[in-house]
Write a protein that binds this ligand. Structure first.
Ligand code: HEM
Length: 272
């Protein structure tokens, strides 16, 4: 994938203390012309550089398993402790056990989610960057399933609302990002689809029990074996990220917080 990340962007990476060990090795001497060293010194420099690079490599959690594992590691830390056992954030707001969802709120959530999935699926279909085309027809698409669910609610006599500001803002952000920042866009792609198959499903089950008489919506059903579909997408994400520089990977990981912020705003609609 073409590198379009300005270097300056990478300089703010991992400001947080837990990431401070992840810094790249000092590489400035590698850019000196080799011819400026006597042969013996060149050999020493190369050995030192390799050692530093190897050391720094080991410090990216999950890296050995592939880039998806790095994305997952960063995402899991951003959960609150009550959301997931790997979560590190303090619980905020109401714990899920005390949620009091309403059909109106849940419909807003579904409508905004549909806007986000419509947008993601259109972007991948259009493939402004050739790598996006890898993610066409993965089987994880949610747009059509959500359309069926909204139709079902309509038949039950519920008014389907227009998309609201959290969904509209996220869709707009994704459109812009997809045109000029593929690494950041892929971060949102991963988090949106994978979160929905994990916490998203837990939420769906809980809300269905509370306000839908246990009705299982299409949003939470996939054609085929979900774990296999997820594995296929993990493999593709890992392959695409293999061509990224360390800076591009870090830039992608850094976008995870925004993904949580936008998705969190949409999730909160359930309680509105
Ligand atoms: C109430 C909100 C949420 C709850 C209760 C929740 C809960 C969970 C749980 C239980 C897991 C599975 C952990 C495991 O594999 O052991 C998970 C995974 C994950 N969550 Fe969340 N989550 C929430 C919100 C989010 C949000 C807003 C995002 C990002 C947009 C997100 C992204 C992810 C990702 C990427 C995974 C990894 C999935 C995988 O490995 O297949 N989650 N979440």
């Amino acid at each position: 994938m073409a590198s379009i990340t300005p270097i300056s962007r990478t300089q703010s990476l991992f400001k947080k203390p837990q990431f401070s060990v992840l810094k790249k090795p000092e590489a400035h001497f590698l850019s000196l012309p080799i011819s400026s060293f006597p042969l013996k010194k060149v050999r020493m420099v190369v050995v030192a550089a390799t050692t530093a690079a190897e050391k720094s490599k080991k410090r990216y959690p999950g890296e050995a398993k592939g880039f998806v594992e790095e994305m997952r590691f960063v995402a899991m830390k951003l959960h609150t402790r009550d959301q997931a056992k790997e979560g590190e954030k303090e619980p905020q707001g109401q714990p899920m056990a005390k949620w009091e969802p309403s059909i109106e709120g849940y419909l807003k959530f579904l409508v905004d989610s549909k806007l986000v999935y419509d947008t993601l699926e259109r972007i991948v279909e259009k493939a402004a960057f050739p790598e996006y085309a890898e993610f066409k027809n993965t089987g994880l698409e949610r747009s059509q399933a959500l359309a069926k669910d909204l139709e079902w609610f309509k038949h039950q006599g519920h008014a389907i609302p227009e998309p609201s500001s959290p969904g509209v803002s996220y869709a707009q952000y994704l459109e812009e990002l997809s045109e000029n920042d593929p690494q950041a866009f892929i971060c949102h792609f991963y988090n949106t689809y994978f979160a929905h198959t994990a916490g998203g499903r837990m939420i769906g089950r809980k809300v269905a029990e509370m306000i839908l008489n246990g009705k299982e919506l299409e949003f939470y059903k996939w054609d085929g074996d979900l774990s296999q579909l997820l594995q296929n997408v993990r493999d593709k994400l890992n392959r695409v990220a293999e061509s990224w520089t360390r800076e591009e990977k870090d830039h992608c990981l850094e976008e995870t917080e925004k993904s949580f912020k936008f998705s969190g705003d949409i999730l909160r609609l359930i309680l509105s």
